[in-house]
Design a protein around this ligand. Structure first.
Ligand code: URA
Length: 250
């Protein structure tokens, strides 16, 4: 609902002009956003608004551009079910980049991946335009657990599980790296939890333990699991409950 021009809802909910709102959500330059509005391509709370300077309380505002529904979010937090065959890079070298799987407004908002998954790894990939959030999740200091489902080439034996749990020495690491948890799910499938995110860490640790990774899927970060109903290649916003789960142990 449109609100009078000079009122303030609260200290944190200052009114914003529609062109600014669209610009902040990744719909182009202020000029381009004004044109979108003037051409009747934008509706707010279900009604077309052709005045780019109309003011709205932004947080949670429901708007649509060319019929596609959006909700205003000051910061973007999302998850992608990464398929195999995509690189986690804005400038991919050998395969398509995961950014191809996101809509343009999110690219314009400059969302970044929270760490990287290898091209052939699938599963839960988080993205955001909030640098502090990204830093907190990838910083080794915070020890955020990342849970992987590992399909090994050979049957996994108890010695390998013990090595992964106790720690394996990788060539370029000063000290052995240990999994925070490691359990056998079936003869060749392991569930492995790591609290660091070093280059090819799962593959190198499994190799150092005497086996080989054939397929790798990240199934959780912190207490946030990859939803079963999120198909490969699809993304979704993180809601408040998802964000809270990230900081609780898996
Ligand atoms: N460890 C790996 O080896 N690869 C990944 O993509 C993630 C963790």
């Amino acid at each position: 609902m449109r609100i009078g021009y000079h009122c303030r809802l609260s200290r944190t909910q200052t009114l914003m002009q529609l062109d600014r709102i669209l610009h902040s959500q990744g719909f182009g330059t202020r000029k381009a956003c004004r044109a979108l509005v003037r051409h009747g391509r934008v509706s707010v709370n279900g009604a077309v608004c052709a005045d780019p300077f109309a003011e709205f309380a932004p947080e949670g505002l429901a708007f649509a551009v060319d019929g596609e529904a959006w909700t205003y979010r000051e910061r973007a937090y999302l998850m992608l079910h990464k398929p195999a065959g995509y690189e986690c890079s804005r400038a991919p070298k050998h395969h398509p980049g995961i950014f191809e799987l996101l809509p343009e407004p999110l690219l314009n908002r400059d969302v970044q991946t929270v760490g990287r998954l290898d091209e052939d790894t699938t599963g839960l990939l988080l993205l955001s335009d909030d640098g502090q959030f990204i830093h907190k999740l990838i910083s080794p200091r915070h020890k955020t657990p990342k849970v992987y489902e590992v399909t090994a080439k050979h049957p996994v034996d108890d010695t390998q599980i013990a090595a992964l749990t106790k720690g394996v020495q990788l060539h370029d690491e000063p000290a052995p790296l240990a999994a925070a948890a490691c359990e056998r799910v079936s003869e060749r499938v392991l569930r492995l939890t790591l609290t660091e995110g070093k280059y090819h860490q799962v593959k190198r640790m499994v190799a150092a333990a005497g086996n080989r990774v054939e397929a790798l899927k990240r199934i959780a970060v912190g207490g946030l699991a990859l939803p079963e109903d999120l198909p490969e290649g699809e993304w979704r916003w993180l809601d408040a409950a998802d964000l809270a789960r990230l900081w609780t142990p898996a």
